[in-house]
Design a protein around this ligand. Structure first.
Ligand SMILES: Cc1ncc(COP(=O)(O)O)c(C=O)c1O
Length: 349
């Protein structure tokens, strides 16, 4: 969906100001860091020191990838959920480390079971990744879970990185919580956030030592975020927030259309409380790749095979709610066509 006009207007104004045609400060404009701190205070009732506990990023992905360089030496371990956004494990491997995968299963509400992580692995692990509301499963976590995570981190002397780009995409009145609201969260971890996907801007907040380490890495790799984009982000954080509700109403309508159609064609999918994704079980007898291929070849619909997010994603496909309404209606009518012709197609195994 298009970025709201007040944000674009601020971007255009800032782009015309020659003061913004230079290298930005690595740690970004103090006004942006303050805007992030104020937003966390207002949205989550979390207090942050704008100079030490906030760092703007060139999109959350950039920070998620680079933070591995702060923690990982060759052979070190990072605890990574499976299925997950692939950057957690790949950045660990790029830094020379090894991901240890924590299965996310439906039986455990797609939360990692911390109690089954072997003691010797937890001891060797430098940090643990979490992501709620979750991509790809769309699961959510509550404060009880995050409090347990903090205790686990303290017990095993490891850091927590929570990737939380979807806290503002929620439905039916549900309000996702922040990991930073957990007791002691700031002592053990950081949270990544992002709201303006296409503009390549995001932020990390929390533990000052970790935030400072990432700033050191980044200042040797990139030269900051163009200032006009930073001013647009300040406007997004401090200006009118009604676009969030408006966008969520659209996503919620799309979610309902998608889940109804999936159930109608015989696939098991629950309406997510948050995030931009629907996580659906593939029909009996198919692998996630077979099923995605069938939909593509037979009716021209693209879904993402769950196996692409890790071994435990097998048996599922992910559908995204970011497609336009017109595209979605077309895609759903094609899915209905798949149901009508389904008996003609035989799963490959
Ligand atoms: C879980 C997760 N983290 C991070 C990102 C990237 O966010 P950004 O666009 O701010 O880089 C995405 C985008 O798909 C995501 O799904």
């Amino acid at each position: 969906m298009p970025t709201p006009p007040h944000i674009i207007e601020r971007l255009c104004q800032a782009a015309q100001d020659s003061a913004n045609h230079r290298y930005p400060e690595a740690a970004s404009l103090p006004e942006l860091r303050q805007a992030v701190a104020k937003w966390y205070q207002k949205r989550f009732d979390v207090s942050l020191d704008a100079d030490l506990e906030v760092l703007p990023l060139i999109g959350a992905k950039e920070g998620v990838a680079h933070i591995a360089l702060c923690f990982i030496d060759p052979e070190d371990i990072a605890l990574v959920p499976d299925p997950a956004y692939p950057v957690y494990s790949i950045s660990t491997m790029l830094a020379g480390g090894k991901p240890y995968y924590m299965p996310l299963t439906k039986e455990n509400n797609f939360l990692p079971d911390l109690d089954i992580i072997p003691e010797n692995i937890a001891k060797r692990a430098k940090f643990l990744w979490l992501n709620y509301p979750n991509n790809p499963t769309s699961a959510v976590a509550d404060l009880d879970f995050f409090n347990k995570v903090v205790k686990f981190a303290q017990q095993h002397n490891l850091a927590i990185c929570h990737d939380a780009p979807y806290t503002e995409v929620a439905f039916d009145g549900y309000r996702p919580v922040s990991f930073m609201q957990a007791d002691g969260a700031k002592e053990v971890g950081v949270e990544f956030h992002s709201n303006m996907t296409g503009w390549r801007i995001g932020m990390v907040v929390g533990n000052a030592e970790i935030v400072g380490a990432l700033n050191t890495v980044k200042s040797n790799i990139d030269s900051g975020i163009p200032q006009a984009i930073q001013y647009a982000a300040i406007e997004a954080l401090t200006g009118p927030q009604d676009c969030i509700q408006q966008h969520n109403a659209i996503y919620q309508r799309r979610r309902d259309l998608v889940v109804d159609m999936l159930n109608d064609i015989g696939l098991e999918a629950e309406p997510p409380k948050a995030s931009l994704y629907v996580w659906a079980k593939v029909p009996e007898g198919y692998t996630s790749v077979d099923f995605a291929n069938d939909l593509l070849e037979q009716v021209g619909v693209v879904v993402t095979p769950g196996i692409g997010y890790g071994k435990n994603g097998e048996g599922y496909v992910r559908l995204s709610l970011t497609i336009s309404d017109a595209g979605l209606v077309k895609g759903l009518s094609r899915l209905a066509g798949w149901r009508d012709t389904r008996n003609k197609f035989k799963p490959k195994r």
